[in-house]
Structures are given as C-alpha cells and as structure tokens.
Design a protein around this ligand. Structure first.
Ligand code: GLN
Length: 533
C-alpha cells in the first residue's frame, strides 16, 4: 500500500483545536495503521524552546531531546507514539536548511526561490520522515489559520503534494468555526464558506470539513456547507465543544469520520474505543474530589501546564476522582492560608527568580504540616533549598540561577552547562535513565529499578552538598547511574513528599498515568479521608 497522507488545516480562528482534531483522527485510525504525526509551524524560531509560555503554551520535550509544540503532547497521548524532533517542522528550521544548502553550493547557478526551493525542502522532509518510519499514514497538521502570511509556504507545499503522491493517496481536512450568534440562535455557515474559499484560492480543495460548534451541526447547515464548499454532506463533521478533549475521538466516530476516511483513502482500520470510553466514563462520573494547589508564575495561562493537567485527567480516569486545581500565583504571595483548604500541593517547573520565595514558603508549610507535595524540576530544586535552609541550617541557601552570590549554592549549574552561551536547545534535554533506591516510595510507585523520564533544565543539586542534605534525612531515592545527579528525592517520614528533577507529566497517558502523579493523587485522597473532609 502506498503511504497515505491526511493534511489538517484550520480557518476562521486560532485555538479551535486543530491539534486535538488531528490527534483524534489518528487515534481512530490507529488500530491497523502505523501513523506518524507531523506538525508544521510558520514561525521563524527553530523550535519553541526559547519562547515564553505566555506566547506559546507549554514547551513539550521529547525523548530525543527535541523541544516541540504542545500539540505533540496530544499526538503522543492520543496515538501512543513516541514522537521525534524531526516530526516538527518550523519555518525557522526550513530556512535554516535552505540556507545551509545554498552555502554548500547545492543551488549553484540558480536563484533560490520560495517555489520550488523552499517548498521542495518542506516536501522532501515530510517524505523522508514517512520513509524512515515506514509509515502507512502521515497526518500533517499545518499550524495557524489559512490566510496567515506565515503558513503560505506550507500550504503551497501541501497543494503540490497531491501531484507527487497521487490525489487518491491524500486527504485534506479543514477545521472551521460554526458560530451561533446571540439573538440569532441559528448555526451560521458564512465563516466556513469564506475560509474554504481562502483555501481553494490556494489550490486546496477540502475533502472533509470539521465545523467546531457548541452543538451538533444540523442537517440544514451540513447541506449548506456541502453545496457551497463542494464536499459531500456526510463529509461535514461536527467538532463539538466538549468538556474533556478525550471525547473528541468518540464524537468523530459517531459522526462517521473513519468511514469517510476509509472510503476516500481506501484504507481499513476500524476504531476500537471500548477501553477509551470506559476511562472517559470514569472521568465524567467521579466518586471523589480533591483540591490541589498549583503554585507557579504562569498560572494565568493554563496552557503553560498542559501536560500536568492531562496527567491529572489520567489519574482521575483511573481513581474516579475529580481534581480541582487551585491556581496559586506565587509572585506576590501574602499568606499561605489557602493551604488549609487544599489536599495537596504541586510546585511545577519554571525559570528565573520571580515567585521562587513564595514557592519555598509554600514548600516549608507543606513539609511542616505534612501536606502531600509533589515537586517537578524547579519544584525539586526549591524543595532542596527549603530543606537546606530550614533543616540543615544553611542560611541563605539558594540556587545560583536565583542568587548567583549565595553563600550556599545547593543548586548549581550542571558542569556541562558552564561554558554554554547559546540559549536555543542547549539545556539538559530529553530522556535520561535513573536508578531507584529500594524501599522508597518512588521505587514502589514505578515498580522498576530503573526509569527513564524527560528533562529540561540547566541546574542540579550541587554534589558538594549531597552529604549534608542526606545526613539530615532527605532521601535521594533516584540518581543517575553514577550517583552524581539527583533525579528523585523524598522525605520518608511524611505522608507524601516527593520531587523529581524530571518532568514525568510528559509521559503520562490515559491508559497509564504517570506513577508519581498517581501516588500523589492517592495520597491527597488518603489525606482527605483522615481529615474527614
Ligand atoms: N530553571 C531550572 C533549571 O534550569 C528548572 C527548570 C525547569 O523547571 N524545567 O534547572
């Protein structure tokens, strides 16, 4: 069977959920096909690693160390694949490749142009990924909205691709918006018509239109979109507003999207959503609920912590427990009274000094009052600082990231980072193994002696202080094989006080919640039972 392609574009608005739509289509077709997702982003950064989470949401880190768009989180969670950096193409990367080729002399004698040189590089890259991975189906998501200058070259490449691969092997899916204006109370098709027109002007004729709407699309609107946009009425699919993104594959199945894809691409891979539906059922009908404080500095934008929220959802589905998040902005923390009302505290990853003293104070209260605590990356570093200051008596202990002149640099820059000056892609990135100590909470939760989790940091627990900290009772329950890098810590006398230098939230899946999150949520539930709340 020749490799098949599904191209997903979006129109009208950004933020309609193209990534989730692409991932859901993949989920539905994955039973018998090897599916590889590719994301094309129009921005000129080589990767999103240097962007502020306010700008672009969470930076997702892959096993191979790539810093990619958060849609890769959806792909991994919905498709069960381990993605690679190469599957994310940004315009920054594309221009980098073209420029290198030009300098090498690949285009000698020629004027280097957008078409065909840039578009060729894009297409060749996509074909190469398909070949290397032995993919049956590539799902290519084009970031942004049709009509944006930034994604024109990607769209042009997608247009050309049908000639290269054959029209019968490529399917174009366009996601649009179907509003129901207040007072009109009727589904409106005009934005869809206009957006499809923009796409057609670029030579792309969609096969499937997904209309994002707050209700199921009516027969009338399907027919109207069908006649204006030249798609069959059954190829007009509802992209329903849902509470949990995990419901989207179920909606698409109900809308018979897999059948349409099978018919048009001549592939057969029947969806099996039994287990998925069972887990969603648990998610929707929780028997318990807990309140967890998320203490960070990007709390105004939930997308910055997307994978943590998903890890909570995975735990909810397995433990039948709703997790209510209390967002705590630590920049101007005045008091910790909120901690009376929460069942547990999470201090997630972060950079720079803003908000760190507030987080350290919260960790102190959690430790002293035995409130379940989970620290992630910066969360581990701050837990070590708090312990050094208040238990080991190292006054003013700090990280050199926060206070370069501290008397006690218990957290210091990694040796391999000392001479690094470039910022892009230079942290300790990607999956690294850790050895877990027998008899510890972390070892029990993972159930294995070694684990591999993903990292994104420049600083570590300073080996010069290991002995002092350990002597006072903090257990380094997971370290690199040579023992130099502290990967997991815990305080064994407390109900649940665990932190890791890694980001276990990145590998959490619906079918298999991240063990540390699972343990944390269970501890919060136990805490609630004890307190009789
Ligand atoms: N800023 C810290 C470091 O670079 C922690 C990074 C993080 O939380 N991802 O080591």
């Amino acid at each position: 069977m020749p490799t098949k392609y599904i191209i997903v574009t979006g129109g009208v608005l950004s933020g309609l959920g193209k990534g989730i739509a692409a991932a859901s289509i993949g989920h539905l077709l994955s039973s018998r096909l090897k599916i590889i997702p590719i994301k094309c982003d129009g921005y000129l950064n080589v990767d999103p690693g240097t962007m502020n989470p306010f700008e672009h949401g969470e930076v997702f880190v892959l096993d191979d160390g790539g810093e990619v768009d958060m849609d890769f989180g959806h792909y991994e969670r919905f498709l069960g694949v381990t993605c690679k950096t190469k599957w994310n193409l940004t315009m920054g990367k594309v221009f980098d490749m073209v420029r290198k080729k030009e300098r090498r002399g690949d285009y000698l004698g020629k004027t280097v142009q957008y078409i065909p040189h840039v578009t060729d590089v894009i297409k060749r890259h996509i074909f190469e990924v398909g070949r290397e991975e032995g993919a049956d189906l590539l799902i290519v998501e084009i970031g942004g909205t049709v009509g944006d200058i930034e994604n024109e070259l990607f769209l042009e490449s997608m247009r050309q691709m049908k000639e290269d691969v054959g029209r019968e092997n490529i399917l174009y899916v366009h996601l649009t918006y179907v509003p129901i204006p207040y007072g009109v109370n009727e589904q409106k098709s005009k934005p869809t018509q206009q957006s499809v027109n923009l796409l057609k002007q670029r030579g792309i004729f969609p096969d499937i239109i997904i209309g994002r709407c707050s209700e199921f699309l009516t027969k009338e609107i399907r027919e109207k979109i069908s006649s204006f946009c030249d798609v069959e009425p059954e190829a007009v699919i509802t992209g329903l507003d849902v509470e949990d993104i995990y419901e989207i594959p179920v909606i698409f199945e109900q809308e018979r999207l897999p059948e349409i894809v099978h018919k048009k691409l001549n592939i057969y891979s029947p969806p099996d959503l039994r287990k998925w539906k069972e887990l969603i059922g648990n998610l929707r009908n929780p028997k318990h609920s807990i309140q967890v404080a998320m203490c960070g500095k990007y709390t105004k934008l939930e997308d910055s912590y997307a994978s943590i929220i998903e890890s909570f959802n995975h735990c909810s589905a397995h433990l039948g427990c709703k997790i209510n998040v209390k967002w705590v902005e630590t920049t101007d923390l005045h008091d910790t009274a909120f901690m009376d009302e929460v069942d547990g505290v999470i201090v997630p990853g972060g950079f720079g000094s803003r908000g760190t003293e507030g987080k350290i104070e919260i960790i102190r209260v959690a430790r002293e009052r035995n409130i379940p605590f989970l620290g992630l990356c910066l969360g581990l570093q701050l837990a070590v600082i708090e312990f050094a200051r208040h238990v080991c008596g190292l006054t003013g202990a700090n990280s050199t990231e926060i206070d370069p002149d501290t008397d006690h640099p218990v957290i210091d820059v990694l040796p391999e980072q000392k001479d690094v000056t470039e910022k892009g892609g230079t942290m300790r990135l990607g999956a690294y193994p850790a050895v877990l100590k027998e008899g510890t909470v972390v070892r029990r939760l993972y159930g294995t002696e070694t684990v591999s989790e993903r990292h994104r940091h420049r600083y570590e627990v300073n080996p010069a202080y290991h002995e002092t900290i350990r002597e006072k009772g903090m257990v380094f329950c997971g370290t690199s094989a040579d023992g130099r890098l502290v990967e997991f810590i815990e305080l064994p006398d407390l109900k649940f006080f665990v932190a890791t230098q890694a980001h276990p939230e990145l590998k959490s899946r619906m079918e298999r919640p991240a063990p540390l999150f699972y343990g944390f949520v269970k501890a919060c539930l136990d805490e609630q039972a004890v307190e009789g709340r």
